[in-house]
Design a protein around this ligand. Structure first.
Ligand code: ADP
Length: 306
């Protein structure tokens, strides 16, 4: 195990009667990409905001690079870089101007041309911020977050609202930060993103950390390799589905079914035979491998996208 860079101990944050973060605990090792995955309102942003000193925890604490967020927040701020969803930039400055301005806040900073290059903004360096695309603005926000070369980087939903191409570009950038040995905490509600980028993932729901492991082990714990999806008329008797061989779980929303199995072929043959015998009309039949989304549905009975 590499050196622990982030140690989080029973963090709690309440807003009135509502507990936004309920005793969250985790550790992040040096050079690790740690993901907080969960639907909107799960408590991801509040957790990050407490870790970076923007909100005071009601109880619990954390250390970042050995510095306590309750007692040494100024030290903490020296070792972290933060890109928050709400980052607003000075629209009339150019890319180069805003980088120079941010660099001037710190006694030491990285080379601005190199950073602009790394963030794939070289062609845009003389453009005003307001002329940048969503993806370019997001890359600029990351550049500004890391201009003082912090060891730990927080990215709050860095790809929300971006098109697929811009998301991929940002994934490459996050990979390159990891390759440089940075420790990264990112929040997302995209399971594919969490799966691709993160070494380990904490799944959050309603303020609780309900699972924490590597993406592949989380999916494996489902004990399902595959999912079979189909629609079946709501009035049909569906009890047989639960009794098909090798089925591990069945979820249903109106006429939509998802059947999880650890032996796709056996379950699929059983399903088709049974529906033929009973003259049931299966529609929109598809099979796929189980994903982190399925892990979330399995644990909460709800979808990440709700
Ligand atoms: P996420 O980042 O996972 O979407 P948040 O941390 O933003 O979740 O929010 C967690 C919960 O706390 C939500 O129910 C949200 O409405 C609530 N919340 C967040 N900020 C405040 C605030 N300043 N005052 C009251 N409730 C808040």
């Amino acid at each position: 195990m590499s050196k622990t860079m982030i140690h989080v101990e029973k963090l709690v944050k309440k807003y009135g009667n509502m507990t936004a973060v309920n005793g969250v605990e985790f550790n992040v090792g040096a050079g690790e990409v740690f993901g907080l995955l969960g639907p909107n309102g799960a408590g991801k942003t509040t957790t990050i905001e407490m870790l970076v000193g923007l909100r005071k925890p009601d109880s619990g604490t954390a250390t970042l690079s050995g510095f306590d967020i309750r007692k040494q927040i100024n030290k903490v701020k020296e070792v972290i870089g933060i890109q928050l969803q709400s980052t607003s930039l000075f629209e009339l400055l150019t890319v180069h101007e805003i980088m120079q301005m941010y660099a001037s806040f710190y006694p030491n900073h990285v080379s601005i041309p190199e950073l602009i290059d790394e963030m794939l903004l070289t062609e845009k360096k003389k453009d005003r911020i307001k002329a940048l695309s969503g993806g370019q603005k997001q890359r600029l926000a990351i550049a500004l977050a890391i201009i003082h070369d912090p060891a730990i980087i927080f990215l709050d939903e860095p790809t929300t609202g971006l098109d697929p191409q811009a998301r991929r570009t940002l994934w490459d950038i996050i990979e390159s930060l990891k390759a440089k040995g940075k420790t990264i905490v990112l929040s997302t509600h995209y399971m594919d993103e969490a799966h691709v980028l993160c070494d380990r993932i904490g799944i959050m729901d309603q303020g609780n950390l309900i699972a924490l492991d590597t993406p592949s082990r989380l999916v494996k714990e489902l004990q399902s390799d595959s999912a079979i999806e189909f629609t079946l008329h709501a009035d049909e008797d569906d009890t047989f589905i639960h009794h098909l061989q090798r089925v591990t779980q069945v979820t249903r929303r109106q006429e939509w079914y998802v059947v999880y199995t650890d032996d796709l072929q056996v379950t699929l043959i059983g399903l088709i035979q049974h529906s033929q015998e009973k003259n049931l009309k299966l529609q929109d039949l598809q099979t796929r491998t189980a994903t982190l989304e399925d892990v979330f549905i399995h644990m909460t009975g709800r979808s990440l996208r709700e």
